[in-house]
Ligand binder design. Structure first.
Ligand SMILES: Cc1cc2nc3c(=O)[nH]c(=O)nc-3n(C[C@H](O)[C@H](O)[C@H](O)COP(=O)(O)OP(=O)(O)OC[C@H]3O[C@@H](n4cnc5c(N)ncnc54)[C@H](O)[C@@H]3O)c2cc1C
Length: 375
């Protein structure tokens, strides 16, 4: 069979939260190849739970590709994308064994996400190295008596709250630059979360903007005093978690003509990369809107639909982002899960429903269309 008679070939560059779901939606409609520097979904979500209860986090957020039923037809390649040739329509990959290969595509999905702090990095890792990272960060914090968490976004706030839940006797302080945390969420969301933090004894310190030491990329937990550009005295803690939202797009493998001034992939409303037919982007790497919110708003479904329309000559639809952040901030807590809407309203899943309804039926069956049990 020649390539033109074969099913269209979709290469998904980056199998994180958005790439994986896009692959799942397209598996039955195209020949799908997913390329990932990790041997599994290693989600960037729920940092607080990941640091404080890594075993619980891993159960739901670190899942090997062979457990997803809909990926049975998808070929996954464990390697690092090194470049794209937009004329011959191929991507270059350095495989885990150090050899190189190239993968041709009819459609390319760019979903390589962002680098954020020490917990979301794009380098090639084996399962053992992922485990080492998880255990190392947890052990580092377990041994600290005092912990300073820097940042006001969901990652920082959830870290402070979950560390305080797991280790109520540690001294935990949260420092953020604004008057309030969660500046992109509704005020009601912050008020509810601030109450949980205060109830758990977390010290809240608004108006503190940390000075990032020269050359430091926030890629590890530190223990040197933190200085403030806002004028306060330096602060010392046994462990300092930098979650200041300094994200960097994982786009060094792409030509600059695809990128905006901040290094994110330029997209039209329908997630096409302008000027390059058959190239799309989704997730945190895609410059869809100021909050780059297409991952959390599940634009993977729209993208899969648009790719099918592109292949059959149908009309494409646009992504419409909400103006505010929404979602779970603290993750699953002993009394269940709270999901905050864009207007700050709370949808509560009681604790009993997490293991019996939310995970098996809504997440594993509904969102991922079948996940095999571990082992
Ligand atoms: C179902 C779902 C629920 C969500 N719920 C919430 C919520 O409640 N609250 C909230 O704030 N957010 C939520 N989010 C969004 C989430 O916070 C992030 O936005 C999301 O994890 C970003 O996904 P991504 O695919 O863009 O990036 P990532 O998940 O980081 O995936 C990128 C992948 O590409 C790999 N990669 C990078 N560079 C290369 C390379 N050169 N070669 C090979 N591989 C590479 C990376 O290692 C990684 O595996 C949710 C997302 C989903 C899908």
């Amino acid at each position: 069979m020649t390539r033109s008679e074969a099913r269209p070939r979709v290469v998904i560059a980056g199998l994180g939260d958005s790439g994986l779901l896009t692959a799942i939606h397209l598996a039955r409609h195209a020949e799908v190849v997913g390329i990932s520097s990790k041997p599994a979904l290693v989600s960037g979500q729920e940092l607080g739970m990941r640091l404080s209860r890594p075993d619980v986090w891993a159960r739901d957020y670190w899942i090997s590709f062979d457990r997803y039923r809909q990926l049975d037809e998808v070929r996954t390649v464990h390697g690092t994308l090194t470049g794209v040739d937009l004329v011959t329509r191929t991507v270059g990959v350095e495989l885990a064994d150090g050899t190189t290969t190239s993968e041709p595509y009819d459609v390319l999905v760019i979903s390589t996400g962002v680098t954020n702090g020490f917990w979301r990095r794009p380098h090639l890792q084996s399962a053992a190295e992922v485990a080492q990272d998880l255990d190392g960060a947890h052990a580092r914090l377990a041994h600290a008596h005092s912990i300073a968490v820097l940042g006001g976004g969901a990652a920082a706030v959830s870290t402070a709250a979950n560390l305080a839940l797991t280790w109520p006797t540690k001294q935990i302080n949260l420092y953020y630059p604004g008057e309030r945390g969660l500046p992109h969420h509704h005020g009601r969301t912050w008020r509810a979360v601030a109450q949980r933090l205060t109830d758990r004894g977390v010290g809240l310190h608004p108006g503190h903007r940390a000075v990032v030491p020269e050359g430091f990329t926030c890629n590890r937990i530190t223990d040197t005093p933190v200085e403030w550009s806002t004028g306060q005295d330096p602060v010392s803690a046994d462990a300092v978690v930098w979650a200041i939202g300094r994200v960097q797009a994982n786009t060094s493998w792409l030509p600059t003509e695809l990128l905006d001034d901040d290094g994110f992939v330029r997209v039209e409303a329908d997630l096409r990369v302008p000027g390059h037919s058959g190239v799309f982007a989704v997730g945190d790497v895609a410059a869809t809107d100021p909050l780059r919110s297409s991952a959390r708003n599940r634009a993977d479904k729209l993208l899969a639909r648009n790719i099918r329309a592109h292949l059959t000559g149908g009309p494409l639809k646009g992504y419409r982002p909400p103006g505010r952040r929404w979602g779970s901030v603290l993750g699953v807590q002993p009394n269940g899960l709270e999901v905050f809407s864009a207007s700050g309203r709370i949808l509560r899943f009681p604790a009993w429903s997490i293991g019996r309804v939310l995970q098996p039926w809504i997440v594993r069956r509904g969102i991922y269309r079948g996940v095999r049990p571990e082992g």
